[in-house]
Design a protein around this ligand. Structure first.
Ligand SMILES: O=C(O)C[C@H](O)C(=O)O
Length: 526
């Protein structure tokens, strides 16, 4: 069997010289003896998994390892408090677990994510590393102290079946912090553009055909609102992660665990993190299925769908520079072509679109994986964790990049927008209330057929005067239903559009509270 030794693993044995110490050590377990790197902190179970799961290059996500270590730390403390582990041994386990949770020993978790569907091998890896660290600490004080046992002591009252899903909830919730900050930044950046573009009247398009006018600010307000909906969906789904499977042990019954254990561990985890962790109401369900995680990824998929649409719209509006729509000018960050001099491409949107495609693909895999549970246990947990955490990282990074390197630098090409607006035939819609649909359609068709402006065709029809046309066809007035105008706040126009200023306009819910100047409140909410 090909040995699986990841490139990132440190503590590799030094090249053997004439006086070199043996670089391997031998351990025993229920399957016999096994050799492993002398300096490795992991034990026999991890070494066997290294040999038996030489699959791919993706390791079990470190966020999950850290979350498992947080659980081990709290578990040892609770066992000490319950009198179920000697205080000194529990303290050594808790201290070792804290160091693992901090990422001090990341290189000691070399296993492929493509392993047992319960994550047992990586869970044992965590138990072994913590046990070895704790044993070394105890031996430093008392050479006769027996080594800490990874299963009997570190894993006391626990199973992979309840620890792994709990760690998945913890890791996912933690990872969503930076993602939500990036989402807020992007909404603020888009909202800033919605304000900046509030007075720019442009042609609307439906079915990619000319339609009635709207403002560029209104167009951008849709982006802000779409991301607001995604944020709301994400926040709701994250609340569903608070219930942990801890205390269920092997099948959900809680065999071999103290009845108070899970509740006390949740309380400790809550104290450290500020998150209201609690024992899941039905432990059987918390191990057999992963609906809460599926719901989080569904919200991420919704976010990816909205981002894809927003990115595509910005790319389309910025197409050109000469032969496209050309209404937006995208920041020119780098040379776009190795062969076509001077060409600049919408690279940020392309990166964003690829991330969105990856997230939508992850969602399909997560759906299939979450449906794979048989009876008491879902056995695709590592895949669910891997894809979820990957989606979170990708979306967070992509939004931060898109915001910084594209949205903040967007400019409107006002002359181009004005030309397209004036040439539009769908301003004819303003004539319908006065002339009726059929007469207005005839004017639009005549203008198109004869290559004249709408005004010229309208006057040629003899149905209205020049004064009528100028009074009835006012693009700015067509950007909303007739309403009494809402005066802007006195200082609104002069207010600088900084990120800090926009942030202040967001309520605790993340929704904008003030309409940008010259826009109606109903048109910017979200
Ligand atoms: O690893 C465990 O604790 C349990 C394992 O996943 C099993 O159910 O066989």
């Amino acid at each position: 069997m090909r040995p699986h030794t990841p490139k990132t693993a440190t503590r590799q044995p030094l090249p053997a010289g004439p006086d070199a110490q043996p670089t391997l050590r031998t351990e025993h377990d229920g399957f016999g003896t096994i050799e492993l790197p002398a300096t490795a902190l992991w034990g026999a179970q991890t070494q066997r998994a290294l040999q038996h799961f030489a699959i791919g290059t993706q390791r079990m996500p470190l966020a999950l390892i850290h979350a498992m270590a947080e659980i081990k730390r709290a578990a040892a403390e609770v066992h000490a408090a319950l009198g179920l582990l000697p205080a000194e041994r529990a303290a050594a386990i808790a201290a070792a677990a804290a160091r693992v949770a901090e990422g001090e020993f990341d290189a000691e978790f070399p296993l492929s994510v493509w392993q047992t569907g319960s994550g047992t091998q990586s869970h044992m890896n965590v138990n072994e590393v913590i046990a070895r660290l704790a044993s070394a600490a105890l031996a430093g004080r008392d050479k006769s102290a027996p080594p800490v046992h990874p299963n009997d002591e570190v894993n006391r009252g626990q199973s992979s079946n309840d620890v792994m899903p709990s760690a998945m909830h913890i890791a996912v919730l933690q990872a969503c912090g930076p993602l939500r900050r990036a989402l807020t930044q992007l909404r603020l950046a888009l909202r800033g553009k919605a304000r900046e573009f509030a007075g720019i009247v442009k042609i609307g398009r439906t079915h990619l055909q000319d339609a009635t006018p709207l403002t560029l600010g209104q167009e951008f307000s849709a982006f802000v609102a779409q991301l607001g909906l995604a944020d709301r969906a994400l926040r709701r789904s994250l609340a569903g992660l608070h219930g942990l499977a801890l205390g269920g042990t092997a099948v959900g019954t809680g065999l071999n665990t103290d009845p108070a254990f899970a509740r006390l561990v949740c309380a400790r985890l809550a104290l450290r993190s500020g998150v209201r962790w609690r024992v899941a109401p039905n432990l059987f369900a918390a191990m057999a299925g992963h609906e809460a995680l599926v719901a989080v990824h569904a919200a991420l998929r919704q976010l990816a769908i909205s981002l894809n649409k927003i990115g595509n719209d910005i790319r389309l509006l910025g197409s050109g520079p000469r032969a496209g729509l050309g209404e937006l000018l995208l920041p020119q960050n780098e040379a776009g072509s190795s062969i076509m001099p001077g060409k600049v491409n919408p690279t940020q949107v392309e990166a964003l679109a690829m991330v969105c495609a990856q997230v939508m693909g992850h969602d399909v895999a997560i759906g299939i994986a979450a449906a794979q549970g048989q009876l008491q246990l879902n056995v695709c947990k590592p895949l669910i964790a891997l894809n979820l955490l990957d989606s979170i990282t990708l979306l967070g990074d992509a939004m931060a990049s898109f915001s910084r390197h594209c949205v903040l630098g967007l400019q409107a090409d006002r002359p181009r927008i004005a030309v397209l607006l004036q040439r539009s035939l769908m301003l004819v819609t303003a004539l319908t209330p006065h002339l009726g649909y059929e007469a207005a359609a005839a004017i639009a068709k005549a203008a198109q057929a004869q290559g004249t402006t709408l005004r010229e065709a309208a006057l040629a029809s003899g149905l209205l005067s020049a004064e009528d046309f100028d009074a009835w066809v006012q693009p700015a007035a067509m950007t909303g239903p007739p309403m009494p105008p809402t005066p802007p706040p006195p200082d609104a126009a002069a207010r600088p559009i900084t990120l800090a200023a926009q942030k202040a306009d967001f309520t605790a819910e993340g929704a904008p509270v003030a309409a940008p100047p010259a826009m109606r409140e109903t048109q910017i909410s979200g």
